[in-house]
Unconditional design. Structure first.
Length: 253
């Protein structure tokens, strides 16, 4: 299947490791130019950019922090200056919610903590879409894929604020699809289940991973490559008319 991505420009935020890195690799394999962003680990970001063709000017790594709005503006500006704009945006960057201490309840979380968390997870993503979508409209073609979480669908004890932030992306995509559809721009959400990233394999107890695995019809957790495959399709020319949808990649859960 021709994905129609050769020489397209793709911006993948939060792509120095994990799911984001595999998404960047998937687009590069299709011949796209890939701008990937990192928050603090420039070494990992630059290493991946070299892997994907920085020496051929087909990849670059840029700093992008959800807590620093100026880095959002500068990252998009650099992609536009160098490659003329963004054809595909994959919004993967996330600020993880801190886990509540044992015995701490939802109402015990200080307002300043959760309001800052929601602001960091929502405002920069919406701003990145604003900064990239004007060029997509002009070219009458564009793809936006927002990365959510199974927490937005299934819920998880202690993750109320994270669930709220990710759920907001669902409503955003459904409404934005109406605005962008007539101009050839499609916007969708990919909602991964628990995914076997290095972070999960190294930080989540084996019994938890095994329990989650038993809950999937496929009998396994999704891999980062599984998520990347769904994102690649939705953010490509192979996706001709799917927009405003929430696509779950969780082994059938």
């Amino acid at each position: 299947m021709d994905m129609g991505l050769k020489d397209r420009t793709v911006l993948v935020t939060g792509a120095s490791s994990g799911i984001g890195a595999d998404i960047a690799r998937a687009y590069a394999a299709e011949g796209a130019r890939v701008a990937l962003t990192y928050r603090g680990d420039s070494t990992a970001g630059q290493r991946l950019a070299r892997e994907l063709g920085a020496d051929r000017d087909t990849a670059m790594a840029l700093r992008y922090s959800l807590a620093e709005p100026e880095t959002v503006e500068s990252a998009v500006a650099e992609v536009t200056r160098r490659w003329g704009g963004v054809d595909v945006l994959v919004a993967n960057a996330v600020r993880w919610a801190p886990r509540r201490a044992p015995g701490e309840h939802f109402e015990d979380v200080p307002a300043g903590d959760w309001t800052a968390f929601l602001a960091d997870n929502l405002a920069p993503t919406l701003r990145t879409v604003q900064l990239t979508v004007a060029g997509m409209r002009k070219r009458s073609w564009g793809r936006i894929v927002l990365i959510s979480s199974h927490v937005a669908l299934d819920g998880h004890r202690g993750q109320e604020f994270y669930g709220a932030a990710k759920s907001a992306l669902h409503g955003f995509a459904r409404s934005l699809a109406w605005d962008l559809g007539p101009d050839g721009v499609l916007v969708n959400v990919v909602c991964p289940g628990l995914t076997a990233t290095e972070r999960v394999r190294g930080g989540l107890p084996a019994e938890v991973r095994e329990r989650e695995t038993r809950l999937t019809p496929t009998g396994r957790l999704s891999s980062p490559e599984d998520i990347a495959g769904a994102v690649l399709f939705l953010g490509s020319a192979a996706n001709g008319n799917t927009t405003g949808q929430i696509v779950t990649v969780a082994g059938g859960r």
